[in-house]
Design a protein around this ligand. Structure first.
Ligand code: IPE
Ligand code: IPE
Ligand code: MG
Length: 247
């Protein structure tokens, strides 16, 4: 682990890392256990990766915890995930405060069960003064939901006369998204071997580096994050320019 940590250039860390935490179900199955056992163990990885990101001085970490599509899962699994959310936030607030981590959320939160909303708002409130890592949970989130509701908002503002169509540029659109307060992630990590985006931060990752690993989320540890960062730092981010222009 130290080997990878030593290879990380602390001056070239991403400001924002986004993660698609995937593979809880398959991890559980491999252990001969029900899917929910995988989700419970996934919480350990959340704790560990948040701590690692905070220690490194990463500013934003956005974790995909529940997509708008995940409502289609068996009702028992959905209920268990919502229950786990409440339990985890209540349990973890003191650790978040100890690590100076500020909790935030993006997504259509009003559709979450009331108990989950309450726990979430309480967690956000109780950690709001922290100044270290901002940990953003994407809950009942999907990009198409976000972009559609943003278009509705802008269309309404245009109708009311509070925005003129020529004012609508990329920066303006970014400012209307659920992520308005955060920079775009430089790095997106997806665990479990799947290589797809599953409706996650589609606008924001336009120029992100994508990193896929076969490790299931409940097995994802600090060393795996360090490996991803070393890999990220080995890439040349060209933003449309030529390699020579960057020298
Ligand atoms: C990710 O693991 C957790 C959530 C989507 C909530 P999965 O539950 O998707 O695990 P797999 O992909 O079925 O293995
Ligand atoms: C994406 O994982 C959503 C979260 C990690 C919360 P899924 O497991 O739901 O994605 P698909 O359905 O395999 O694309
Ligand atoms: Mg999955």
């Amino acid at each position: 682990m130290q080997e990878y940590l030593n290879k990380i250039d602390k001056d070239r860390l991403p400001e924002h890392i986004a993660v698609i935490m995937d593979g809880n179900g398959r991890w559980a199955k491999a252990h001969g256990k029900p899917r929910v056992f995988g989700h419970k163990n996934g919480v350990k990885s959340v704790r560990e990766i948040s701590e690692a990101a905070a220690e490194l001085g990463i500013e934003y970490l956005t974790l995909y915890a529940f997509s708008t599509e995940n409502w289609s899962r068996p009702a028992l699994e959905v209920t268990a995930l919502m229950g786990l959310l409440v339990e985890t936030i209540r349990k973890e607030v003191s650790t978040l405060n100890k690590n100076n981590i500020r909790l935030k959320a993006i997504g259509d939160l009003s559709k979450l069960p009331q108990k989950s909303q309450n726990a979430l708002l309480e967690g956000i409130e109780k950690t709001s003064k922290n100044t270290g890592l901002t940990l953003i949970l994407a809950l009942n989130y999907s990009s198409r939901w976000e972009i559609t509701s943003t278009i509705q908002k802008i269309a309404q503002a245009s109708k009311d006369g509070s925005v003129n169509p020529d004012q609508i540029n990329e920066a303006f659109v970014s400012q209307q998204l659920a992520t308005a307060d955060y920079p775009d992630p430089e790095l997106l990590i997806r665990t479990s071997g799947e290589q797809r985006l599953s409706n996650y931060l589609l606008w924001q990752i336009a120029y992100s580096e994508l990193y896929f690993t076969d490790v299931f989320w409940p097995d994802f540890r600090k060393v795996h994050l360090y490996k991803a960062l070393v890999n990220y730092q080995g890439r040349e981010r060209r933003f449309g320019k030529t390699s020579e222009q960057l020298k």
